[in-house]
Write a protein that binds this ligand. Structure first.
Ligand code: SAH
Ligand code: SF4
Ligand code: F3S
Length: 443
């Protein structure tokens, strides 16, 4: 038997692409393993959104040198956003001579061919292309996250936020045809998947590049017709493209979870402008109000960054104030990281590391406080969670409610893949603990 291991470093889209790499490898007769020593092929699916993501991958790659010496037949491949950056392929080629295959984000679907080439010719294979090309349909996917499944609806990004590397390594926005998306979602639901997450860097600009009468709101309305009991999620939304039609379509589709991930990034209008986000903090608040008008119960989550070039204490306080005003159910917080090739990298007045550190700590404190408050509202309530795993440490099943909150509970039977009702008895930060109320498994 031959084994493979795919290591993922990035976002959900990156994770989903690892499922495609796994699908390609399994169709070539390889079986998955978690053990480096057992693997005949190890694929690094990299990310370059922040410097630490790159360092992490390179550290793990370096550590494989000894393994390759011990087992020269081991194939080591590297792909993803990091290798798609200009000059990175050449650097890895030289500094890591034990890497057999390097590929980029635009040609991941052809990884099987590159593996064949490597095995046939015993020569290293380097394939990173600049052109982003079209979307390929039909690549096999080996899903790893039952009962949840990801469905990619588009590639690339056109926004060019000045801090962000994604548009450079993912190319321009390209949407999948709606019929392909509909049939993939319907098939997954028939196969027993209970939560489907539509993925794109900017899902709410879906369809702008397609001919015909289609946009993201219309896609959501189309997906209302999918038969079965499942939850529909989508991410990520850009505030500038969040329309009233979309909010209405979500509110009107009973499959849709009432959770919207709406990255705000900063609360200062000056910084938002420098980031090229194309909204003000007031525009953002208006979007939040729009969501709450149609879905008063809707949870709103966000991404926030501190330490963007020129950020002053006053700008940072605008961010804190916006967080207080909106009341996020949870927030992902980041320290700005310089990315080569982006506009912000060339800006003067980069914020010193100790100032960034101080700000992120204050921001995290505030967000944690909000999260705790949000969780405490759950006490005594009965919620429906989709059980997704068993936590071995806690010896409890775990699952999220439609608002994204994780609930832990005990159950005698295997509950994975079932909608379970639990009564919340305690809360700890972002986690809820409860008791199973009944096992009718109905949402
Ligand atoms: N397309 C999505 C996701 C982008 S990456 C979106 O627009 O939200 C996820 C998050 O990483 C971003 O929302 C941003 O907060 C953060 N991020 C992006 N570039 C970064 C950088 N250079 N330094 C620090 N955080 C960054
Ligand atoms: Fe990056 Fe902005 Fe595109 Fe998101 S919308 S991927 S933050 S450029
Ligand atoms: Fe990273 Fe690429 Fe995703 S840079 S965050 S893996 S799109």
């Amino acid at each position: 038997m031959k084994f493979f291991k795919v290591i993922t470093y990035g976002c959900q889209m990156n994770l989903h692409e690892s499922e495609k790499l796994a699908g390609i490898l399994s169709s070539k007769g390889y079986f998955p393993t978690e053990d480096n020593e057992q693997a005949d092929i190890i694929v690094f699916n990299t990310c370059c959104i922040r410097e630490n993501a790159e360092q992490h991958a390179l550290g793990n790659l370096g550590a494989l040198k000894y393994l390759k010496k011990k087992k020269p037949s081991l194939i080591i491949a590297m792909g993803g956003c990091m290798t798609q950056q200009p000059g990175v392929m050449e650097k890895i080629k030289e500094s890591y001579p034990f890497v057999d295959i390097i590929f980029g984000t635009h040609n991941l679907d052809f990884f099987g061919d590159y593996l064949d080439e490597r095995l046939a010719k015993k020569k290293r294979v380097f394939k990173v292309f600049e052109t982003d090309g079209k979307i390929y349909e039909g690549t096999k996917v080996l899903r790893t996250s039952y009962p949840n499944a990801w469905v990619n609806i588009m590639q690339g990004c056109n926004n060019f936020c000045t801090y962000c590397i994604v548009p450079y390594v993912r190319g321009r926005e390209r949407s999948r045809q709606p019929e392909f998306i509909f049939s993939e979602v319907q098939k997954l639901v028939l196969m027993g998947y209970k939560e489907i997450t539509l993925l794109g860097q900017n899902v709410n600009s879906y369809g702008k590049d397609l001919e015909g009468d289609i946009n993201f709101a219309k896609l959501i309305t189309m997906l209302k017709e999918v038969r079965g009991n499942f939850r529909l999620r989508f991410m990520t939304n850009h505030p500038k493209d969040l329309t009233e039609d979309l909010v209405k379509a979500v509110a009107d589709n009973p499959h849709c979870a009432h959770l919207i991930h709406l990255p705000v990034q900063a609360g200062s209008d000056r910084i938002l402008k420098l980031m090229n986000r194309r909204y003000t903090s007031q525009d953002y608040i208006n979007k939040v109000e729009l969501i709450r008008k149609y879905m008063p119960d809707c949870a709103i989550t966000t991404d926030i960054m501190v330490g963007f070039p020129t950020e002053t204490e006053e700008d940072f306080c605008d961010t804190l104030n916006l967080v207080k005003k909106v009341g996020f159910s949870s927030a992902f917080t980041f320290v700005y990281s310089r990315r080569k090739g982006t506009v912000a990298d060339k800006m003067d007045d980069q914020v010193p590391e100790d100032v960034k550190k101080d700000r992120i700590m204050r921001l995290v404190d505030l967000c944690n406080e909000q999260t705790r408050e949000y969780s405490s509202n759950y006490l005594g309530k009965t919620i429906t969670v989709l059980c997704e795993d068993f936590d071995k440490k806690k010896q409890m099943y775990m699952g999220r409610d439609e608002y994204g909150r994780m609930g832990y509970f005990e159950c005698e039977n295997n509950a994975i893949g079932e909608f379970c009702k639990i009564k919340v008895t305690s809360a700890n930060g972002i986690s809820l603990f409860g008791e199973l109320v009944d096992d009718e498994n109905q949402q």
